[in-house]
Design a protein around this ligand. Structure first.
Ligand code: 5AD
Ligand code: SF4
Length: 458
């Protein structure tokens, strides 16, 4: 049976069970609450889960208290993310106690780990089901089972279905998944185990979705994949970008994430050629030490990374480059760490996302000797951030006095007195002005911080 058929088969039954549960409490329609942890891919998966819930008649609630269905979309990338999800799941116990018809489902990467599935099954008896990432076609059946008091703990992901339309909270920007899964098996990373092998969506489907978004007024589209550079949906990733740039309209096209081993000249050339593509490249480095890169199974070295950066800057001088760095990988010596600091000084990234290595059960790195003590990891992490903050502030300060196009996101969430927005290079700008959400405007930069620019609308 196709995934769409699986979804359709149980849709009406789930719909009427949910409608009945809401009616029994005097509400006109059932409601659903989805809590998301982790990366943009997970945010995009949650939009698909919400879309599936929507087509089961649910309104999407901002709070869990009155919901008929609660889904927690989990992340497994680091232990901290798993602990936070488990603690949030724990808080839903009392809701189920007062409302036994409440359906509680746990989705996402953590549920694809056998030991976590067992833990959820045995230590969280109020959880009705778990399902692996991007398996929303199974949702109607799992909800029906929950109403019949049958608990399910699904091991294998269902294939994607185009039957479900993502539910997007904001209309001016959108995430579009172009591929799922990862084939790279970096030695520290759980993703290939929990998200499975790479599957690319056909280019026609991606194009159709982006066309519809742009026609509906979307101004900022981010193409998502664990490694977009190995996209193979009938063409390669550079050709996909080229094709999407032919769509008429005023919008920015972003993408993440790129693996340095697969970034091609064709990709750099299309960025240089196409003004619609963001002047931003996220290129995860992970470590500046060739020895550690080998241990990480990253399949590139410092020289290859530096030559990519050189070529990017030669062809697209205004490009902002950001990266991911892991500190405290097993066996990382002071010398290895100094190599990472040295590479940061050489490249001068606009921004970095720094992570302390977290052992993931089942990955090769978790079994490696010489795990680094926490105090050493913390001290290296602080040194890394201190260096990078100084670099980011210098780079941002050089933007003061210049004017950039900014897409307004409306009032800032942290300071509603100013507007927030992003430049084409993805820099956060907090600015004074009137541009409504979803409108491009010109902003003169008046101040710089490591993580944000300040400005005034021209
Ligand atoms: N520990 C710490 N950071 C990790 N990442 C992936 N796996 C781990 C881990 N086990 C980081 C990498 C990746 C980013 C999404 O998360 O830097 O690029
Ligand atoms: Fe993890 Fe490496 Fe795949 Fe990225 S490329 S998801 S770090 S295995």
């Amino acid at each position: 049976m196709t995934p769409s058929a699986v979804f359709e088969e149980y849709r009406d039954a789930a719909r009427s069970l949910l409608a009945g549960a809401a009616a029994a409490e005097g509400r006109s329609a059932p409601s659903a609450f989805v809590r998301t942890f982790g990366c943009q891919q997970n945010e995009a998966d949650s939009e698909r889960l919400k879309g599936a819930l929507n087509s089961l008649g649910c309104v999407i609630a901002e709070e869990p208290d009155d919901a008929d269905v609660i889904l927690v979309n989990t992340c497994a990338i680091r232990e901290h993310a798993e602990n936070r999800a488990l603690s949030v799941i724990g808080q839903f116990k009392h809701l189920k106690a007062v409302r036994p018809t409440l359906v509680i489902g746990i989705c996402g990467c953590m549920t694809a780990e056998p030991h976590r599935r067992d833990q959820l099954k045995h230590s969280f008896p109020y959880v009705d089901f778990t399902m692996p990432p991007a398996s929303e076609s199974l949702l109607p059946k799992l909800i029906c089972d929950a109403f019949a008091d049958k608990r399910s703990f699904i091991e294998d992901a269902a294939p994607q279905t185009e039957a479900v339309r993502p539910y997007r909270g904001e209309s001016f920007k959108a995430w579009v998944s172009v591929m799922y899964g990862c084939n790279n098996f970096c030695s520290y990373c759980i993703v290939p185990y929990v998200r499975g092998r790479e599957r690319s969506r056909p280019a026609e489907e991606v194009e159709r979705e982006v066309r519809e978004l742009v026609a509906a007024g979307c101004k900022d589209v981010t193409l998502l994949g664990q490694n977009v550079n190995s996209y193979r949906g009938g063409c390669d990733f550079a050709a996909l970008l080229d094709r999407l740039c032919r769509i008429e309209g005023d919008f920015v096209l972003r993408f993440m994430t790129s693996h340095p081993k697969d970034a091609t000249d064709a990709l750099i050339d299309v960025i240089a050629r196409e003004p619609k593509i963001a002047r931003h490249f996220h290129l995860p480095l992970q470590s500046g030490s060739d020895r550690i890169l080998r241990q990480m199974n990253r399949k590139y070295d410092r020289a290859r990374y530096l030559s990519l950066v050189r070529s990017l800057r030669e062809k697209v001088p205004e490009i902002a480059i950001t990266t991911d760095v892991i500190v405290g990988f097993p066996g990382e010596t002071e010398e290895d760490f100094l190599d990472t600091l040295d590479l940061l000084r050489t490249v001068r990234f606009d921004m970095i996302y720094a992570f302390i290595y977290s052992p993931r059960k089942g990955t090769p790195a978790a079994e490696m000797p010489d795990q680094i003590p926490r105090e050493v990891q913390n001290a290296r992490f602080d040194r890394l951030l201190a260096l990078q903050n100084a670099v980011s502030e210098e780079i941002n300060s050089a933007m003061v006095g210049k004017t950039f196009r900014v897409l307004s996101e409306g009032p800032s969430k942290t300071d509603p007195a100013v507007l927030a927005g992003r430049t084409d290079s993805n820099k956060l700008v907090l600015f004074e002005g009137n541009a409504p959400q979803g409108v491009f405007t010109e902003v003169k930069i008046t101040g710089a911080e490591p993580y944000a620019l300040r400005g005034t609308e021209e």
